[in-house]
Design a protein around this ligand. Structure first.
Ligand SMILES: Cc1cc2nc3c(=O)[nH]c(=O)nc-3n(C[C@H](O)[C@H](O)[C@H](O)COP(=O)(O)O)c2cc1C
Length: 219
């Protein structure tokens, strides 16, 4: 991924990034993350895998008071502490029409000689028809997975840039797209992620996990 050769992380220690992540719900409200940095983190997060490279995601970054007021129209009250104090709330929407851009994406790769003609034909003959004939349920299910992966990458990247996050599903799913000006027939909410610097001294919830033997099996 040569585009990202010059990325500078403030923390590049994988162990600390992954095991040090905890949901942070109280942020220092005086911290403003530059839009260029938010954009950079999201661009880097899109290196996430997605179903057939469909990238069926769309992000809305809310970092203004007016934007946050809009979110209050559908966020549950118990998520107001994050909403009011975070530097930004990033909404991850799935996009069920992503397959319509698919032909151009792969054609571009072929034109730049990144894939062979055989590969191009294979994609047009196999994956594309799958999506063109897919039900809305399948498109939503694929988009949900894609968004989950890109959101997780974003949360880890946030830590690499020195910020903390909280994934949020506690809002009215039926209202999110319309209130944010998206077509609810094509965009569906998957989750929101608050991001910022933690408020000093705030008490956060400790969590633990089930023992691995309870949740796995070999076959
Ligand atoms: C899909 C999803 C939705 C969540 N929704 C909320 C939410 O609405 N409000 C909240 O405070 N935390 C929410 N969380 C955070 C979880 O409570 C948290 O990840 C879990 O308790 C484990 O804690 P940890 O993130 O500190 O490891 C959500 C997490 C996920 C993955």
């Amino acid at each position: 991924m040569s585009n990202f050769d010059n990325v500078k992380f403030s923390n590049n220690d994988f162990k600390s990034l992954i095991f040090g992540r905890h949901s942070i719900r109280h942020y220092d409200p005086s911290v403003k993350i530059p839009r260029s940095e938010l954009k950079e983190m999201l661009a880097e997060a899109t290196t996430a895998p997605s179903s057939c490279n469909l990238q069926s995601w769309h992000f809305i970054v809310v970092d203004t008071d007016e934007g946050k007021e809009k979110l209050k129209k559908f966020f549950m009250k118990f998520n107001y502490p994050q909403l009011e104090s975070c530097s930004a709330m990033v909404l991850f929407f799935g996009y069920t029409d992503a397959f319509k851009k698919y032909r151009d994406l792969w054609q571009g790769m072929y034109d730049r000689k990144e894939i062979t003609h055989e590969m191009l034909e294979k994609i047009f003959a196999t994956f594309l028809p799958l999506y063109e004939h897919a039900s809305q349920d399948v498109l939503i299910s694929d988009g949900t997975r894609d968004c989950g992966l890109v959101a997780m990458q974003f949360m880890l990247l946030a830590r690499a840039y020195g910020y903390e996050t909280n994934p949020i599903g506690g809002y009215d799913w039926t209202k999110a797209a319309a209130v944010m000006g998206l077509d609810p027939q094509k965009y569906f909410p998957v989750m929101a992620v608050s991001i910022g610097k933690p408020e000093k001294g705030a008490q956060e919830v400790e969590t633990n996990r089930y023992p691995i033997d309870e949740v796995m099996q070999f076959m």
